[in-house]
Design a binder for this molecule. Structure first.
Ligand code: PEP
Ligand code: MN
Length: 339
């Protein structure tokens, strides 16, 4: 339910409504607007009729239901875009478009530090690299685990970049949270609800990738799982979905960008590397994503893609990445953004 306060409602009245919401067993989510305050009352759907009675409290103008199933992620509660400050001045959802770049996997200290330096030189502000890898085959490289996390942290120390890395299981959330500035939930785990609840306990940005075969609505419900635990810092990442097309690894759904802009206040990042699966197509789709309104990019870059332990065929060389960034700056400027 949305409790819309009257224009000029006092702090005391707003506080009383929040306390009453808590008393009823719901979470209050106040949005302090310039004109008026709106308080979302979020919780168990079964007892929501009781919340209607809040309209009898002083200062309350009306109580209206939130129609969409994603209460916190939807636009009904929050009209303005959410800005997610990941640290060191890197903000998702603002005018500036942060670029997350780096190899698919962390392979060693030299490899990740060199990757970090080249992506930084080209203008990226967040280093990516998997230490825990969700591989289709159990015989493929599974990641360096905690050793990999330590290498990422060292690359961050040397370059000043932020770090984004995937967490695959609940029991690793605390550990990954100690090393990473942004925790990534991979496509294959988008509906691992216990994992979502667990990262919802953190107070760090979560980059939530779209599942291989999930609708936008299901994806937003997954964001809702994280937010319902109190972590509002969810960054959505479109990375392509499964279709009948086989010319590309996935079909990058750029439609999702304007749809999400309409449905949610959360920032949207696009990953054309997994979205296409071929380095030749990455640049074009990265530029298209910016033109369509993406709030960030995720690009796989490897110092030597031929030797990559995973996803080499979709990884850009440092030179190609630098060229992409040059063009991306121009497209961003054309649509009133910056990189
Ligand atoms: C990744 O970004 O490393 C990754 C495994 O991507 P996805 O979960 O989108 O397949
Ligand atoms: Mn990859």
């Amino acid at each position: 339910m949305l409790v819309v306060m009257q224009r000029g409602a006092s702090k005391q009245e707003i506080g009383d409504v929040e306390r009453e919401i808590v008393q009823m067993g719901y979470q209050p989510h106040p949005i302090y607007g310039v004109e008026r305050t709106v308080i979302g009352a979020i919780g168990d759907e079964r007892g929501k009729a009781r919340l209607q009675a809040l309209d009898t409290l002083p200062g309350v103008e009306q109580v209206i239901p939130i129609l969409k199933p994603y209460k916190l992620a939807g636009r009904e509660l929050r009209k303005d875009k959410t800005h997610i400050d990941a640290g060191r001045g890197v903000v998702f959802g603002g005018k500036k478009i942060p670029v997350i770049a780096g190899p698919c996997s962390v392979e060693g200290l030299d490899q990740i530090c060199l990757s970090a330096q080249v992506v930084k030189d080209a203008g990226a502000t967040v280093l990516r690299g998997g230490a825990y890898k969700p591989r289709t085959s159990p015989y493929s490289f599974q990641g360096l685990a905690e050793e990999g996390l330590k290498m990422l942290a060292e690359a961050r120390n040397r370059t000043g970049l932020l770090v984004d890395t995937e967490v695959m299981k609940e029991s690793a959330v605390e550990l990954v949270g100690q090393y990473s500035d942004i925790l990534q939930i991979g496509a294959r785990n988008m509906q691992n609800f216990d994992l979502l609840k667990s990262v919802g306990q953190l107070r760090k940005p979560i980059l939530l990738k779209r599942g291989l075969a999930n609708t936008v609505s299901e994806w937003l419900m997954s964001a809702e799982y994280i937010m319902a635990q109190g972590n509002m810092q969810v960054i959505l990442c479109e990375r392509g979905i499964r279709t009948f097309e086989t010319a590309t690894r996935n079909t990058l759904d750029l439609n999702a960008i304007p749809v999400l802009k309409h449905e949610t206040h959360l920032p949207v990042v696009v990953d054309p590397s997994h979205g296409t699966g071929h380095w030749e197509y990455v640049e074009d789709m990265a530029l298209a994503a910016i033109a369509a309104g993406a709030d960030g990019l995720m690009i796989e870059v490897h110092p030597n893609p031929h030797e990559a332990w995973s996803d080499g065929s979709q990884s850009l060389t440092p030179e190609r990445f630098a060229r992409l960034m040059e063009k991306a700056r121009k497209v961003a400027a054309a649509v009133g953004r910056e990189i």
